[in-house]
Design a protein around this ligand. Structure first.
Ligand code: IYR
Length: 219
């Protein structure tokens, strides 16, 4: 396809305004926490749809946008997903995960029980498409993991911006989601993200984020 360019403009900031905005945004993002206990209060589907469309603005290899976001609000389907996830997670926590991994997780207080899969009003299950299928013809996608990872980052940011909370959950292995959601062969589950309001008086682990000096190198 021939290259076609269109004009682009956006609001530009400089000086104090730029400094203030960068700090304001950092502080806002630093107030995001992963939450594992959800209120059962529902959230409107059009809100979820807008949040997903924000995620779908993420950059992707050759702009292929190699993702599908499945939204599950049906209680019976959530229960099936919980049962299948807990079956895998039970095996993981009782033999599949090495001791070092269990030790690394111990301060987060996780175990194989996943009540949030039924409590959260919606589950967003993100699928990555290593290739597209157009009329049964395979079309390659590029940097699929990077692209879908970026889209999930945008998703979490949009959720936080809306005052909602989420959990980046990775039941392992998660192939059961292909069957339960009846996905085509070119889609592989990437992340399962319950979304909603936090449970009343929710608690989160006392984690520390790395300091500037530990994450930035200037040259
Ligand atoms: N998938 C498991 C285990 C787990 C793994 C990591 I790495 C975490 O940061 C958190 C949990 C679970 O969801 O419990």
């Amino acid at each position: 396809m021939e290259a076609k360019f269109i004009p682009y403009s956006k609001e530009l900031l400089r000086g104090e305004e730029l400094k203030n905005e960068s700090l304001r945004h950092y502080q806002f993002m630093n107030s995001r926490r992963t939450v594992r206990e959800f209120s059962k209060e529902s959230i409107p589907l059009d809100v979820i749809s807008n949040i997903i469309m924000s995620a779908s603005t993420a950059p992707s290899g050759a702009n292929k946008q190699p993702w599908t976001f499945c939204v599950v609000t049906d209680q019976a389907l959530k229960s099936k997903i919980r049962a299948a996830a807990e079956k895998e997670e039970y095996e993981s926590y009782n033999g599949r995960m090495p001791q070092e991994w269990l030790d690394d997780l111990s301060y987060l207080g996780t175990d194989w029980h996943k009540p949030f899969l039924e409590d959260a009003p919606a589950l967003i299950i993100v699928f990555k498409k290593s290739y597209d299928l157009e009329n049964n013809i395979k079309r390659t996608n590029y940097y699929v993991t990077e692209s879908v990872g970026l889209a999930c980052g945008f998703l979490l940011q949009a959720i936080h911006q809306c005052g909602l909370v989420a959990l980046t959950h990775t039941p392992s292995p998660m192939n059961f989601l292909c069957q339960l959601l009846n996905r085509p062969v070119n889609e592989k589950p990437f992340l399962l993200i319950p979304i909603g309001y936090p449970a009343e008086n929710v608690m989160v682990p006392d984690i520390k984020r790395k300091e500037r000096k530990d994450v930035i190198v200037y040259y």
